[in-house]
Design a protein around this ligand. Sequence first.
Ligand SMILES: NC(=O)c1ccc[n+]([C@@H]2O[C@H](COP(=O)([O-])OP(=O)(O)OC[C@H]3O[C@@H](n4cnc5c(N)ncnc54)[C@H](OP(=O)(O)O)[C@@H]3O)[C@@H](O)[C@H]2O)c1
Length: 244
Amino acid sequence: MKLEGRTALVTGGAVRVGSQICLELARRGANVVVNYRSSAGPAAQLVHELGSLGTGALAVQADVSRAADVALLSREARAAFGQVDVLVNNASIYPRTPLNTLTEQEWDDSIAVNLKGPFLCSLEFGRRMADVGAGAIVNVTDWAAYRPYVDYLPYLTAKGGIITMTKAFARELAPKVRVNAIAPGPISPPPDLPAEEIEEARVGTLLGHWGSPEDIAAAVAFLVEGSDFITGAILSVDGGCLIA
Ligand SMILES: NC(=O)c1ccc[n+]([C@@H]2O[C@H](COP(=O)([O-])OP(=O)(O)OC[C@H]3O[C@@H](n4cnc5c(N)ncnc54)[C@H](OP(=O)(O)O)[C@@H]3O)[C@@H](O)[C@H]2O)c1
């Protein structure tokens, strides 16, 4: 599906990886809806930057783990651009949750944002895409969903669920809507990640370096417009972590 003239929604799109995905999709001619939860300032700034690329852009505040917010996101996106053709389920939380202090609330929070959020958005936008007969959904999982490390059990479990959900939605929404996922390796360290863990992640790749948000943005663009014959696929963009 060519992005030119289409409309894409990127959840958690205001900063970090999400903002690079927004920029790449806009460069390829798509109107972009930037969903954010708390980053109102960066979202407004990004919309300004996207506008200078010549396509439409809109920022919408919504908590993707709440069905009412997702419904509002859908209404605002459709009011601005008509139909959402591309959904990128990028929003996530990544809290360190060591097993000995792990709480039910931490589990619920991770599942809500990292699994239920993509579910609610896929349901809302995917069904509409199927109704109009075209669309693409790109989920974002994590290479470590295949090989979990310690201290992030709820996050990693949710990301494992994304892998199955990607395939399940690919079946549900075929043949007109394609659903794929990207499994990033180390791309952009959270601000509080200790230097030794940053180095450990680098050494854990085959290529010997961290990737970049632009690597993920390029993979999203490929899954949307590189081929119309890919669905239910999980594309590793991990510098070889999984086989290292
Ligand atoms: N960074 C990496 O190295 C890496 C590695 C593997 C996988 N990934 C995956 O790649 C994706 C992007 O990574 P990232 O590091 O850029 O993510 P991130 O900084 O952890 O989070 C991206 C955005 O998600 C938004 N968000 C959180 N809860 C939300 C909610 N309830 N509703 C709406 N938005 C919400 C936040 O928006 P606000 O700022 O507006 O609150 C945040 O800016 C994520 O799915 C992540 O799991 C990243």
